[in-house]
Design a protein around this ligand. Sequence first.
Ligand code: HEM
Length: 272
Amino acid sequence: MTDTIFSSQPAPAALARNALKAAAQLWFVVATAGLWMFTFYIIAYFIVPIIQNGLGSLANTHLPKGFVPGDGVGNLAVGVHVFLAALVIGGGPLQLIPQIRDRFPRIHRWYGRIYMVTAVLISLAGLYMIWMRGGAFGNTVQHIGTSVDGVLIILFGAMAWRTAMARNFTAHRRWALRLFMAVNAVWFLRLGYRFWAFVNDGSLGNMEVLFNILSYAQYLVPLAILELYFIAQTRGGVGGRFAMAGGLVAVTMVMAIGIYSATTGMWLPRLS
Ligand code: HEM
């Protein structure tokens, strides 16, 4: 099978396809390691204390309004938000591994449904925390940026679901990947400012401007790169595929620095 594919294509074309595939796999492996690190932090910093001591333990976190005495609904929204966050951030990459998808299609289908519903619930809780409860980090520009992500998650989730039900798997794959990027935007945001701190000797500079930009870039940049990847895959040509492969390797290096800096400069120190 592999021989047929390789022998039926001119050498540069096959090489370009393989380079693009290898670059995407490298991106995925590094992203999965970083997402699991974030999941470990969410479990250890939020979930274990909530299980042990209830929602009151949110008072001991860095969240500006993690726990407010008497605000049962608001405290619950934060608790639900972080519990479900671990489920989508940690489990999401498993949905994209072809071997798991092909060998355990029922698990893929069931977890896919859970993932989509969970992502929508997190977004609704997040929108409630920002616009009704108030007191979240950031200014209105940033709140609108994050809220647009919440709306995109709901939209992409609906499209991924619809295309799966219609058994249009080419479209389903694309919408599911867009959903994956939008769901992980909160993680990209953290990598973004930790990367910035890393290359600026630990300083974030003008934090307001940085966060205004990152509140939108957290999903616009990954979604734009994803669209370029789709184009390179379907009609990129040899040059386009090599360029995309190189771009993905560069993006992966930036991401790896962000993961390293977020882990050592933020997540692990909060756990110690
Ligand atoms: C599915 C995607 C999302 C995930 C996985 C997620 C995950 C998280 C996590 C892990 C935290 C804890 C922060 C930390 O310790 O670093 C958090 C906090 C928070 N999230 Fe989300 N989130 C998502 C989407 C959203 C959306 C769409 C909104 C708003 C529309 C939102 C609003 C908030 C707010 C207000 C906080 C509290 C921190 C603060 O006061 O700013 N989240 N989220």
